[in-house]
Design a binder for this molecule. Structure first.
Ligand SMILES: *[C@@H]1O[C@H](CO)[C@@H](O)[C@H](O)[C@H]1NC(C)=O
Length: 588
């Protein structure tokens, strides 16, 4: 690959000739947008901005400062990971705000681009993104969330047995499962959705797990919540245990699971106090997992399917909202109602059995409305997609799936520079990851293969580092990852004899243990994010955040190994690394 690195002074066809006068000026500040058309291909750029006055500070979403902020007249800046490339003749616009005292005119006397490639040549890869590596790390995150008696194979050195009496208040063994997020409650509703969604990823992208060498780990990982959820369903007595731990009491303490002292009450739904949402979702998890485990462990797969059938009947015949009897309303209220879970579970049972009764139930409960979110709460688009897969001649269902993905691709709010499609503030990244999973599966089913995969790739790349801040949003991975997630166990000492309390919460330093593989909440709609432990909106982690994300990573890993043969992607290294190039023109 012939690449020329050097310093080029490029003619600026759109911007005025230098000196360039900043167009918007008010007392104390300036705002500028400099556009240039490079006459050679850019593979990343650096600029030297020479101002006619001292600038107190400068901020931009389009570049990164390569030296500390200070009162100076010369600033060196470089491209964001996502706007590194420009073809010859393709306009590059760079906006910024600067803090300048007084109101006299400000001029920039110099703009220098560096890092070019000769025309027509591909740019060298600028960053290595290892999808398979992040996939492996995401599985480790779920391992860190384990409750109960840990096996000797536990890979998280700072975790130990915990909550070994869960269920004892009702004379049951409800040990096991995953702690929900940065807290220590076991909320079955999101836990079950995460399990279903991870099973979906394993069914759809098994080759990706295989290519990454993570097949054994992912099966092991999925058994953990499944074994717990099986304990929760008592088909002899028609009771389903839907939660262990009290959200308010748990959240009032900051402690690691190994040292919890507050009571761990367990709560159930019954035919008298039903919960079709949480039982429907759990039936979906059993049915999906029965497919995923079919080739792996026939006995386990049959047991899962048997329980999926009986639990689905319980959910379908006893309609109700679980938060009427289980105190989860302040945490995981089923805002979308329970029809979506009953539809989604029926669709999974239909996929698992091929029996028309489940097809009929799914189609009786399906929504023909366009959906805006795929999440622990709302699974309507998941049901639409599964039923479209089962009935490819149903154009109306196809349109629902297309409208869902196209809305994310086009009209959903995007963060300013790098185009994260941003749906909601609390845990913004998971909504993009979840939508990316819908896009990836839709592509597999035959809808807009290239476009949908490219869009899904752009969202995952954003999370891994191609973003405004040039940082990774995955703990323990990539450039400048989060170090202070809102997560009790990882914030405290790995020496369990040391206390774990609000002092650890208030400690301004990094968490004492690295919660490897966890995707944090993510930025606001302007791309703003701060690595602060108290910020549970943008800097918490959760089982549901990683579920869609991990499944897309499996798909990406699969595609990149495939692409070695079909040549779709530009650079490929067989092994664990895929080299990627963030280029907005490729994505949007
Ligand atoms: C926390 O729990 C562990 C494991 O049971 C125990 O060894 C340790 O002493 C406890 N630490 C504190 C501070 O109570």
């Amino acid at each position: 690959m012939s690449v020329i690195f050097g310093v080029f002074l490029l003619p600026l066809a759109v911007a005025t000739n230098f000196p360039y006068t900043i167009p918007t000026r008010w007392n104390g500040g300036v705002a500028a947008n400099i556009c240039a058309i490079p006459d050679v291909k850019l593979c990343g750029w650096e600029m030297k901005l020479v101002f006619s006055v001292n600038v107190v500070s400068i901020t931009s979403r389009d570049f990164l400062l390569t030296q500390p902020q200070s009162n100076r007249s010369v600033y060196y800046v470089k491209n964001q990971p996502c706007n590194a490339e420009r073809s010859a003749g393709q306009e590059l616009c760079i906006g910024f705000n600067a803090d300048v005292p007084g109101s006299s005119p400000v001029e920039i006397s110099k703009l220098v681009f560096t890092k070019t490639s000769s025309d027509g040549q591909p740019c060298p890869a600028t960053e290595s993104v290892a999808y398979a590596d992040v996939l492996a790390k995401s599985i480790l995150f779920y391992e860190a969330q384990r409750s109960g008696h840990l096996p000797s194979t536990n890979r998280i050195p700072w975790r130990a047995d915990s909550a070994l009496s869960d269920g004892s208040d009702n004379n049951r063994d409800l040990t096991g499962g995953w702690y929900d997020a940065g807290d220590n409650v076991k909320f079955n509703f999101p836990m079950a959705w995460s399990t279903t969604t991870l099973a979906w990823g394993l069914i759809q992208f098994k080759a990706g797990y295989q290519a990454a060498g993570e097949l054994t780990n992912v099966y092991d990982s999925l058994r953990w919540p499944l074994d717990y959820l099986l304990k929760c369903w008592d088909s002899d007595h028609n009771e389903y245990w839907a939660q262990v731990g009290d959200g308010h009491a748990d959240h009032s303490q900051w402690t690691r699971p190994e040292n919890m002292t507050s009571a761990r009450p367990s709560y159930k739904v019954t035919i008298y106090s039903p919960g079709s949402d949480v039982t429907g979702e759990t039936a979906a998890a059993f049915a999906a997992a029965s497919i995923a485990f079919r080739s792996e462990d026939q006995g386990y797969s049959s047991r899962l399917l048997r329980n999926a059938r009986s639990l689905y009947d319980f959910a379908y015949n006893n309609r109700g909202t679980y938060t009427n009897s289980v105190p989860a309303g302040d945490f995981y209220n089923s805002w979308s109602g329970f029809k979506d879970e009953l539809c989604w579970a029926a669709a999974w049972l239909y996929k698992a059995t091929g029996e028309t009764v489940y097809e009929q139930r799914a189609m009786e409960l399906i929504s023909y409305n366009d959906q805006v979110e795929f999440s622990w709460d709302n699974k309507n688009v998941g049901c639409q997609l599964l039923m479209y897969e089962a009935n490819p001649s149903d154009d109306s269902l196809k349109a629902r799936v297309e409208n869902f993905v196209n809305r994310y691709r086009s009209s959903v709010t995007k963060t300013p520079t790098c185009g994260l499609t941003w749906h909601a503030s609390w845990g913004s990244l998971r909504y993009s990851a979840n939508a990316a999973l819908i896009a990836m599966v839709a592509a597999d089913v035959g809808i807009e293969k290239t476009l949908y995969r490219q869009w899904a790739l752009s969202q995952i790349d954003y999370m891994l580092g191609a973003n405004e801040a040039g940082r990774s949003y995955v703990i323990g991975y990539g450039n400048h990852p989060p170090q202070r997630p809102h997560h009790r166990a990882s914030s405290c000492s790995s020496d369990l004899s040391q206390p774990c309390n609000w002092n650890d919460f208030n400690n301004p330093g990094p968490n004492q243990n690295v919660l490897t593989g966890a995707l944090v909440g993510g930025p606001d709609n302007e791309g703003n994010y701060a690595d602060i432990r108290s910020d549970y909106v943008r800097n918490e982690v959760a089982c549901d955040y990683n579920a869609g994300f991990q499944s897309v990573l499996a798909g990406m890993t699969d595609l990149h190994f495939l692409s070695a043969n079909i040549g779709t992607f530009r650079t490929i290294v067989i092994g664990k690394n895929f080299l990627y190039l963030c280029d907005q023109s490729t994505y949007f």
